[in-house]
Write a protein that binds this ligand. Structure first.
Ligand code: ADP
Length: 363
């Protein structure tokens, strides 16, 4: 059985075709010789003369039979040749395909390298430009503050109003530059965090005051911190940036005079912060994407409200880098507006005090 399959060599139709090509001539010839031998011994040797049966049987068994065998073997031979050709073509295609895949892989690797280099260049360029912008902006900001505090500039004329607008625009630009620098540091993996105990109330007060500098804020902020949720374990400056972005958005996307509520509660070993506003709210589709870089909601684009779509991307990276999370939901009381949630680890140094419950003082 084994020998037969080796003889047939089914994996190599070309070799098999060569063998069939030889056999197709030998077999009919051998058949003719065998039939001739038997017919001769049956009809001529036995009866001493050739009769009609001899010629008939010789033609049927000795000529037509072997001819049929020759035909069948020739047909098989042709089939095997075609099979061999098809196999050769498939092999060639395969080799070609492998070569092409290899070439494309090399091209992709090169393109990827170029992209990475471009990305590095972009990050370096952005951070260089932002650095260069930061210093003059800080100087302009300082100068404007001095002018506005100067008693010689009367605060009831249009020049004063113009200077205030300029100051708020400069602050907006400074925040943008800061965000861009932070985002490029995050992208480059250079984000450095300096974590420790952060007292929430003074931080929120300071952030709210600096938000007020960017423009006339008529909103009302209500802060409700549970007794056991007065501190978190975080990088204070970075958390201030996050709160600046979130409170700034709450102001920007809601009507003057509306209420913004910031609350904090303890949840196991985390502090849960919530910022509720009464603004335009965020659709379900946008809620899934607003933390993506440069994504801006449909409604704010429609209403042409200024923005860059960087703030929330930055907030998410900063909060996640500190072992926390940030997300947005509809307001739980069913009112119009957005509700941003942040969870951060509890303050490690004061966590032994953390069993108290209930909400504390209000601001
Ligand atoms: P920007 O405010 O500059 O557009 P952000 O990354 O801070 O960028 O916000 C992304 C988008 O999320 C905004 O464009 C807006 O559509 C939506 N958004 C953020 N905060 C609020 C909010 N408090 N109320 C409604 N929409 C908001």
């Amino acid at each position: 059985m084994l020998k037969l399959s080796r003889l047939a060599n089914v994996n190599n139709p070309q070799q098999l075709a060569r063998r069939v090509s030889i056999v197709r001539w030998i077999v009919p010839f051998v058949l003719f010789a065998v039939v001739l031998f038997f017919e001769t011994s049956e009809h001529i040797v036995g009866e001493n003369n050739a009769d009609v049966n001899f010629s008939f049987e010789l033609i049927v068994f000795g000529v037509i039979g072997p001819a049929l065998v020759l035909l069948i073997l020739t047909w098989i031979h042709e089939g095997l040749i075609q099979l061999a050709q098809a196999q050769d073509e498939i092999r060639a295609l395969n080799a070609n395909l492998e070569q092409r895949v290899y070439e494309r892989t090399v091209e992709l690797a090169q393109a990827n390298q170029q992209l990475q280099q471009l990305d590095r260049l972009k990050t370096e360029f952005v951070s260089l430009v932002s650095h260069e912008l930061r210093t003059p902006l800080t100087n302009i900001q300082g100068g404007l503050e001095l002018i506005l505090q100067d008693d010689t500039v009367p605060n009831n004329n249009s020049l004063y109003d113009i200077l205030q607008v300029v100051q708020s625009e400069v602050l907006r630009l400074s925040n943008l530059v800061k965000n861009i620098l932070d985002v490029s540091a995050i992208e480059a993996g250079h984000l450095r965090l300096n974590r420790g105990t952060v007292m929430l109330r003074p931080l929120i007060t300071q952030v709210w005051e600096s938000c007020s500098l960017t423009g006339q804020i008529d909103h009302q902020l209500v802060v409700t911190l549970a007794k056991n949720a007065q501190t978190v374990w975080a990088d204070e400056n970075r958390l201030a940036d996050v709160l600046t972005n979130l409170l700034g958005n709450a102001v920007k996307y809601s009507a003057a005079g509306s209420l913004i509520q910031l609350s904090a509660a303890r949840q196991n070993d985390q502090i849960h912060l919530m910022i509720n506003d009464e603004g335009i709210g965020i659709s379900e589709v946008d809620r899934a994407r607003i933390f993506d870089m440069f994504h801006r909601g449909e409604e704010v684009t429609k209403q042409n409200i200024q923005g860059f779509g960087l703030g929330l991307y930055f907030c998410k990276k900063i909060i996640q880098a500190q072992g926390g999370d940030i997300w947005v939901e509809e307001r739980s009381d069913g009112k119009q507006g957005a509700c941003f949630h942040i969870v951060l680890p509890i303050d490690r140094l004061q966590s032994h005090n953390g069993d108290e419950t209930g909400y504390g003082d209000k601001e």
